[in-house]
Ligand binder design. Structure first.
Ligand SMILES: CC(C)(COP(=O)(O)OP(=O)(O)OC[C@H]1O[C@@H](n2cnc3c(N)ncnc32)[C@H](O)[C@@H]1OP(=O)(O)O)[C@@H](O)C(=O)NCCC(=O)NCCS
Length: 189
């Protein structure tokens, strides 16, 4: 039997913060805190996830199925909290952060940008990501953004298929770090 469609919550409930931190770490840990031990990385995310900017997909028992955030001028999935990073990750993180701050970052855009889309492995291929991206597009449209962007690693075939299927069109490439480039896909709103 197909899974029932997820419910999309407009903010991450406090009660789901621990699962969300572990899920985000599993997919994006190397970008969030390169070289950090998983326990410290998850602890950092628990503290720094911007719950108000996170859309959360939950199942019938309110179990967390997936998350995504909108990156806008005010910030994205993770609130930068240098003091928390230093306290949890230790002094080496400060130097890594300083180096990271010098790395090329994506250029500013008038669009909202999807940040940190990830679905629990057991809930994949059931339309959860499509529902999250749909809700993110509705939210971005209501806030007046002209488009919604996704920045995708060129090898992430699943994500590229997802965005093409949802009507996103190629819109160039961006540098997201010294060695990292991403493909940009855009959905006009
Ligand atoms: C990419 C990801 C978010 C997709 O989540 P999902 O809930 O499984 O996606 P959906 O079920 O909504 O899929 C919608 C469509 O996307 C495409 N798609 C999704 N996963 C796919 C896969 N593994 N292989 C091929 N196509 C895939 C398909 O077209 C799919 O439609 P279909 O199932 O009817 O064929 C999920 O695999 C994930 O969390 N990956 C790790 C984190 C990540 O890569 N995030 C994206 C960063 S840009």
């Amino acid at each position: 039997m197909p899974a029932p469609p997820p419910t999309i919550l407009p903010a991450l409930p406090l009660s789901r913060r621990v699962e969300a931190a572990a899920l985000v770490w599993s997919a994006f840990g190397t970008a969030v805190a390169p070289g950090a031990p998983p326990r410290a990385g998850v602890a950092l995310l628990r503290r720094c996830l911007a719950r108000d900017r996170v859309l959360a997909a939950v199942g019938p028992d309110r179990q967390l199925l997936g998350v995504v955030a909108l990156r806008v001028a005010a910030g994205g999935l993770i609130d930068a909290r240098p003091a928390a990073r230093g306290a949890i990750l230790g002094p080496a993180a400060r130097w890594r952060d300083r180096a990271a701050a010098l790395a090329p970052s994506p250029p500013a855009t008038c669009d909202a940008v999807l940040d940190g889309l990830v679905v629990m492995p057991a809930a994949r291929r059931q339309g959860v990501a499509a529902a999250l991206v749909g809700a993110a597009a509705t939210s971005a449209r209501r806030q007046g953004y002209p488009g919604l962007r996704a920045e995708v690693a060129p090898r992430n075939v699943q994500a590229l298929r997802l965005y093409r299927r949802l009507g996103f069109q190629p819109a160039g490439r961006v540098r997201t770090g010294w060695l990292r480039r991403a493909l940009v896909l855009r959905l006009p709103l």
